[in-house]
Design a protein around this ligand. Structure first.
Ligand code: X2X
Length: 343
């Protein structure tokens, strides 16, 4: 054997001996948790709750640090899912919308008017459909842990009150990162432009776009009335759940007891996010809506008939996207919604 080969073999053996020692030091100095928004929002608050619970219960061994603003992917929320898979992100609480470019089934929650009320969201996320979605995420290489909620995405704009699809005509809207939103807004005669949340606020401020859609908790915390958003219509067309996930390798580096701590804490934090996201939006407590009105914003509440006009206009988009999401999954979701316990 040549001397060079012998040296190579020896150094390979040395490496093999060295590895178990390195593996013992299994904890990273920090585990990077990605979210779109920070602690002023239920979403970011939930991230903080999760991190604190895990730090306490693992005596500081699993040290989660939150990176809001999807800063680990330079603010491009549509790249978050890929970055989790690749290990650039260790943990995330992500919106189904932002991961739907990679996981087409997540567009389910963006089908216009699939979920008429909170009981319908729960029927999906807490039932068989939720399990199916988790299995799909697992197949795509991440470890799903718990559900949270961003909320019902209400349409806002600077120009006029919206009561009918005709009122949408010609208005420029910032939409989120799945093409289903472009198609939904186009079906209503509006001009949608896809952009990140980071770009949305300056675009609203400069008047480059007239409107956007987001939950009222986002509207309030981001003070969207200060960027010209004087009209809100409560149309409840889609709601985006949040999903807590872990990168697979990171997950597997933890003991079963540690995994249980991380998962249980995710479930607790998720329940708290859902509570915060719904606060003041369910009768008799409608304080979040009156808070928006107190800002001088005109809040339009649609009658059943007015809402139906939006349902009709967007129906072709619903039908087209049902095919790409998967007719079986959509059918299952429709059945679960129809069978929900109405509160
Ligand atoms: O970009 C948005 O509108 C936001 C913050 O709601 C999401 O990340 C889906």
């Amino acid at each position: 054997m040549k001397r060079r080969n012998l040296l190579l073999m020896l150094s390979a053996a040395a490496l093999a001996f060295a590895l178990p020692a390195a593996a013992q030091d299994k904890y990273q100095a920090e585990y990077r948790l990605s979210t779109v928004v920070g602690t002023a929002f239920p979403w970011g608050k939930g991230g903080e709750i999760w991190a604190n619970l895990v730090r306490e219960r693992t005596n500081g061994k699993i040290n989660i640090k939150m990176y809001p603003g999807v800063s680990l992917v330079a603010g491009d929320q549509t790249r978050e899912f890929t970055a989790i898979r690749q290990g650039v992100i260790d943990l995330a609480i992500g919106s189904t919308i932002n991961w739907s470019p990679q996981i087409k089934e997540l567009n389910l929650f963006s089908l216009p008017f699939l979920m008429p009320d909170y009981a319908a969201i729960d029927a999906l996320t807490q039932g068989e459909v939720g399990k199916d979605i988790f299995r799909i995420l697992e197949k795509n290489g991440v470890v799903p842990l718990a559900w949270g909620e961003n909320g019902y995405r209400e349409v806002t704009n600077s120009k006029r009150p919206i009561r009918s699809p005709a009122d949408m005509k010609g208005l420029k809207f910032r939409v989120v990162g799945s093409p289903i939103f472009n198609e939904t807004f186009t079906a209503m005669g509006a001009n949608p432009t896809q952009m990140s949340w980071a770009d949305a606020q300056p675009a609203l401020a400069s008047g480059a776009v007239d409107g956007q859609e987001n939950p009222l908790t986002m509207f309030n915390a981001a003070k969207l009335h200060t960027v010209g958003q004087k009209n809100v219509t409560l149309w409840g067309y889609v709601a985006d759940p949040l999903i807590f996930v872990a990168n697979k390798e990171v997950w597997e580096s933890w003991s079963p007891a540690e995994r249980k701590i991380v998962k249980d804490a995710a479930v607790e934090a998720g329940q708290q996010i859902i509570q915060m996201a719904r606060k003041g939006l369910i009768a008799p407590d409608l304080s979040t809506i009156s808070d928006v009105e107190k800002l001088g914003v005109n809040v339009v509440k649609l009658s059943a008939g007015e809402r139906e006009a939006f349902v009709k206009t967007t129906r072709p988009v619903y039908q087209k996207w049902s095919k790409s999401i998967g007719p079986d999954l959509v059918g299952k979701a429709e059945k679960a919604v129809a069978a929900r316990r109405k509160s």
